[in-house]
Structure formats: structure tokens, C-alpha cells
Design a protein. Sequence first.
Length: 173
Amino acid sequence: MAGFSNALALDGMAATLDRENMGGLSHSQGLTEGPVMILLECAYGEGEDMEFEGSIRFSIIEQTNDKVVGEMPIQPGVKNPYGVVHVGAMLWLADVCATVLVLGSPNATEGQKGFPLAINLNGNFAGNQSEGTFKAVSTFVKRGKTVSIVRTSVFGEGDRLIADVTTNHVLAK
């Protein structure tokens, strides 16, 4: 995997419910029941295939031994059908910033020994927005030899708290 500032595609994210601008997740991939399915059936009609596509981009703008800061522009590929940022995009931003903090580098390789695997994630969401930029700030709660705990605060415009995310990481063997 290259540096974390590269653009990545994330299936399951939809900017709108516009069939012309979607692609990625279908009934055959497990989206067949529950409240989301009911919502989408109302939008498209029962039995129609639905596909979703989105992309997430952000950059690590600051990194020290004790803190990592990332910024994510709000763009159509990270928005939910309501028009604000999908919580999955917020969690991805927070988790990657926390992972970079524990790893000590924005560069990782597949199967890398010592890669910090998330073993627990807790997110509390306090707000959202439809445009601008999100800033994530990750700091250690506990830096351990086996397990590290990281708290990441995601802020919106005017330093408004958007999400408070705590992750636990264990180093891969």
C-alpha cells in the first residue's frame, strides 16, 4: 500500500440516489434486507438492482511521535443520500490517522510485521456537515508494547466537534 494520502475507492458510499452516478455494491453482495433496503426499494422499486460507488481522499498534514493530523475535503463521494458525510467516511479518516500514529509512518506494505491492526473501535458522532473540510487529530491514550489505545477527534468548520473515536490496536506478528 502506498502512502495514506492516495485516493481510495470505498464501495457502499453513495453521493446521491442517482442511478447514473453509482456503481459497486449490489443485491448479490449482501444488501438484501433491513432499513437500508426498504429505503432503496422506495427510491427505485422492488427488485431493481442498485449499485453504489464513492471515493475518499485525505492527507496527513502533520505527524509527530505523539500526534497525527489528517484533513479530508468533503466531496460528493463521501456523502450519504441525505447530503452530509457518511459516518463510514468519518470512521475511515479517524482509523487511518490512528493507525498512522501507532505505526509511526504513513507508509505500510501488505502483510507488514508490526502493522497496528484495529481490534476495537468506538465512535460517537456529535455533528455533520455537507461542505468544507474535516480535520482529524489522533493522540495516544495509552502507548503499549502489545496494545495501544488512540483517541481521534474529528472537527468540522469552526473547530466544531463532529466525531469522537477511540480505537485499540494490536501489532501484527
